[in-house]
Design a protein around this ligand. Structure first.
Ligand code: MF3
Ligand code: CO
Length: 260
């Protein structure tokens, strides 16, 4: 069941989307070698609460953090921990904020210190595939238009697309219908209609697409332990327009030097 939002509800979605974007901007300031991912998690939680939001991941089906932490080979859903970020790591920070009853979801993969050209290219390609997916999103089009665009963008550059995890609808709930896969065929899948809000979130691997879930039941990593990158925006379809509700502007203002 796809919940179509009224223009008023999409207006409310803007405030959760803005707060999640600002939260990632705040976290960005703290990313450097030696910082623990738990410290980043605390900063995010306090920032969200101070700004009238709720950290929606915290306690979601038992998830133990405000942030999902994705270091190097971690694809998604890693826990905040005592791990200290190291020079050369890439770290995806994925989080969901609830505000006024609606959710905003965004993710960005950061460079810690100096990273290899290979990791830089992986991150760049993944971020650009998200932009390509957004450009392929049209009212009257289909989910498969987004899916094939992201898949082709990444596979043509020699990367692989994680299949087990997808983007999703979003609204009063973090995960709503439809699923938004990062692989598929143009012209297939759910029709993109005014009132839909969706998250596009390519999870792209340097090596093979295979993943494993660690014994904690959450942490998803690449089977070959090669790096993976992840970026995500929340979008709304309104008046035949596609509006990207989240933004990386706060991040880019914070980390001009760490910009990949
Ligand atoms: N953006 C992630 C997702 O869509 C957020 C997961 S939050 C968690 O799956 F609590 F489930 F970890
Ligand atoms: Co998401």
């Amino acid at each position: 069941m796809i919940y179509l939002k009224t223009p008023e509800e999409i207006q409310q979605m803007r405030s959760s989307a803005t707060l999640v974007s600002q939260t990632l901007g705040e976290v960005a300031r703290w990313i450097q070698p030696g910082v623990t991912t738990r410290k980043l998690d605390t900063i995010a939680r306090e920032f969200i609460l101070d700004n009238g939001g709720k950290p929606a991941c915290l306690g979601y089906e038992g998830f133990p953090g405000t942030l999902c932490i994705e270091v190097n080979e971690t694809v998604v859903h890693g826990f905040p921990s005592d791990y200290e970020l190291r020079d050369g790591d890439i770290v995806g920070i994925d989080t969901v904020v609830e505000k006024d009853g609606f959710m905003g979801d965004s993710c960005y993969t950061f460079a810690v210190g100096e990273i290899s050209p290979e990791k830089k290219a992986l991150c760049r390609t993944t971020r650009d595939s998200l932009e390509a997916g957004i450009r392929a999103t049209k009212v009257g089009g289909r989910i498969g238009d987004i899916a094939q665009t992201v898949q082709e963008y990444c596979e043509r550059r020699g990367y692989s697309v994680v299949r087990e995890m997808c983007g999703h609808g979003i609204g009063r709930h973090m995960h709503e219908s439809p699923e938004v896969p990062n692989y598929g065929r143009r012209g297939t899948g759910a029709l993109l209609r005014n009132g839909m809000c969706i998250c596009i979130e390519p999870m792209i691997n340097m090596g093979s697409r295979n993943i494993v879930i660690e014994r904690d039941g959450w942490t998803c990593r690449t089977r070959d332990r090669k790096p993976s990158a992840h970026y995500e925006h929340t979008l709304a379809l309104l008046d035949d327009q596609v509006i990207t509700l989240t933004t990386f502007d706060y991040i880019h203002q914070a980390i001009t030097d760490k910009f990949i």
